[in-house]
Design a protein around this ligand. Sequence first.
Ligand code: AHR
Length: 300
Amino acid sequence: GGDAQSDVGGGGDAGSAIRVGYSQLGAESGWRTANTESVKENLTAANGFDLVFVDAQQKQENQIKALRDFIAQDVDVIAFSPVVETGWDDVLQEAKDAGIPVVLVDRTVDTTVSDPYVTHIGSDFAAEGKKAGDWVAENAPDAKIFELQGTLGSGAQVDREEGFDAVVGEQVIGKASGNFTRAEGRTATEAALQAYPDMTMIFTHNDDMGLGAIEAIEAAGKAPGTDIQIVSVDAVRDGLQALVDKKFNYVVECNPAFGDQLAELVKKVANGEDVPKETVVEETTFDQTITQAQVDARPY
Ligand code: AHR
């Protein structure tokens, strides 16, 4: 649409910085830290942005408050990574009524508001789950799997689970959430080792929880990677190190480093130019053939 610029008090005019209100959902994982760095490295004053960045500490109420503050400040563009999919109807309607375009970053929303955002950039989480499932189907068709879920109700949890379970759901013997953090991944795994003594594999929705699972497995006197295999998502350096150390068995990449693409999108949105509704970032997979040199070269 071509009406974004005129509604937002001059944002995007030649010579004036684009004011972006950015609500990051938290700092729960290595992935998130890398994502925040990528955003801040690209939405810079030198690149023509005036960035207001707020961390919600994994609390939706904090995100809703930040979004309302951005609306009150009449920023040119709102960008945010929603911690969960639902519960945004009111605030998205308010942004729409104020004529402020919304850019969704990383995770997705489920809302009754029509045309709630201009564009979304992030991963195909269902495809990530399917890649993990395909590896299991081919390499461990008899594994008994405990699924360590991310933040319940988040796009990353819902879609990874759907993609994975569609392939090997019959092998899943139990599930619990570790909220995408290392500490909660450890406690959830400690409980699961008690509840499901016959488990032979963990599918974890991110590396940090998998690293917590390694601690729990080793504390229980078992060997991660052999007694209990671990299939993970993200491919941050610590996760890839676990892969080279043979404690993780397979890692599906989730790419956090798309701040450059985001900056281009936000610029176009502020200028009222057309943008694609969806930008899916490129991602690969890693198995235990990865080398230490590759791990060391990982930028985050
Ligand atoms: O939404 C992306 C997910 O959020 C990452 O996989 C995880 O590490 C982060 O917490």
